[in-house]
Design a protein around this ligand. Structure first.
Ligand SMILES: N[C@@H](CCC(=O)N[C@@H](CS)C(=O)NCC(=O)O)C(=O)O
Length: 282
C-alpha cells in the first residue's frame, strides 16, 4: 500500500509544489489521484471532507491523518521523510528566516504571479481573453518583487539563506508559468550578477550548473533549470508534463469546446491551474 494519497490536479501550481518537493526528495511511494476541477470534483462531498474549502492539493494517510495547503504539506513531508530541505529545528534563527522567506514568497511573489498565470495561462484554456490591465498591474508587482529579491540575493545564495530549501522550490511552478506565458524576461533581463543569483531559486540549478559555482551561466539557464526540475518531476510521475508546459507547445494550444462552453460558476477558482486532459485539442 502506498504511504499516502495526494489529491491534486493536472496543471495546478499548488499541486506541482508538492510534487516537486517529493521529486526533489526522491520519494515515489505515494498514490496520485487527479481531480477534474472543470467538472467541480473538488467540491464533491468526499473532497469537502478532506478540504473544508473544497480545493486541492490534499494528502491523506491510511491512518486518517489529512493535510491541505501546499506549503504546509511540503513542510510536513520534508519533516516526515527527512528531506534535507529545511533548516534544523534546533537553529531557531535559521527556522525563523525560513518562515520569513515562505511568507515573502506567498504574499509578494505568488499573489501577483498567480494573477498573471490566471489571466494568461488559465483563461487560455477557458477560451477567455486576458484582462490586460490586471496583467500589467501584476507584472509591475512581480518586477518590484524581483527588484528586492535581486538585492537580497547579492548577499545570500538561496531565498532562506545559505542553503537550498523548500522556500526555493515554492517558486518553481509559478516561475515556470511566467516562462510559459512569455514573461521569462522578468528574470532574464536582470543584470548578470543578480540573474545568476536568481538561479538559486531553482531546484535543479544545482544539478544543471553544479555545486562549484554560478559562473559561466548563460541567459537560458533559468529556463533550462525549470525544465530540468519539471523533467525530474515528470519522470517520477511517468507523464510527459514537460513538453506540455514549454512556451512553444503552450502557445499552440487551443481551448476545448467543452471548456469554452463552461459557465462562469463552473470554472475552477484557481490562480494558476488548468487541467491537461480536458484542455488540449477539440
Ligand atoms: N493556498 C492553497 C491554494 C489551493 C488552491 O487554490 N487550489 C486550487 C488549484 S491550484 C483549487 O483547488 N481550485 C479549485 C477551486 O477553488 O474550486 C494551497 O497552497 O494549497
Amino acid at each position: 500500500m502506498p504511504a499516502f494519497t495526494l489529491y491534486g490536479s493536472r496543471g495546478s501550481t499548488n499541486t506541482d509544489r508538492v510534487r516537486l518537493t517529493l521529486a526533489e526528495g526522491g520519494f515515489t511511494d505515494y498514490e496520485f489521484v487527479l481531480l477534474n476541477l472543470q467538472k467541480g470534483e473538488q467540491k464533491s462531498e468526499e473532497n469537502m471532507k478532506r478540504h473544508p474549502w473544497g480545493k486541492i492539493p490534499v494528502i491523506t494517510f491510511p491512518e486518517g491523518f489529512t493535510l491541505y495547503e501546499s506549503r504546509a504539506i511540503c513542510k510536513y513531508l520534508a519533516r516526515k521523510y527527512s528531506f534535507p530541505l529545511l533548516p534544523p529545528d534546533s537553529d531557531i534563527e535559521a527556522a525563523a528566516l525560513f518562515d520569513q522567506a515562505q511568507s515573502a514568497e506567498m504574499l509578494y511573489f505568488a499573489e501577483p504571479a498567480g494573477r498573471i498565470a490566471f489571466e494568461k495561462f488559465v483563461k487560455k484554456f477557458m477560451g477567455l481573453p486576458p484582462d490586460d490591465a490586471v496583467v500589467s498591474g501584476a507584472l509591475r508587482s512581480v518586477e518590484m518583487f524581483f527588484d528586492v529579491a535581486e538585492r537580497l540575493l547579492e548577499h545570500k545564495d538561496y531565498m532562506a539563506g545559505k542553503d537550498f530549501t523548500l522556500a526555493d522550490i515554492y517558486y518553481i511552478p509559478l516561475i515556470q508559468r511566467l516562462f510559459a506565458c512569455g514573461y521569462g524576461d522578468v528574470i532574464l533581463s536582470r543584470k548578470a550578477d543578480a540573474a545568476v543569483a536568481l538561479e538559486g531559486l531553482l531546484a535543479s540549478a544545482k544539478q544543471v550548473i553544479g555545486e562549484e559555482g554560478w559562473t559561466g551561466v548563460d541567459d537560458g539557464t533559468t529556463e533550462a533549470a525549470v525544465k530540468t526540475s519539471y523533467a525530474k518531476f515528470a519522470k517520477c510521475d511517468q507523464e510527459a508534463f514537460t513538453e506540455f508546459l514549454t512556451p512553444q507547445t503552450f502557445a499552440s494550444l487551443q481551448p476545448t469546446k467543452a471548456i469554452r462552453q463552461a459557465t462562469e460558476k463552473d470554472r475552477p477558482n484557481c490562480a494558476s491551474c488548468a487541467t491537461k486532459g480536458d484542455s488540449i485539442g477539440e
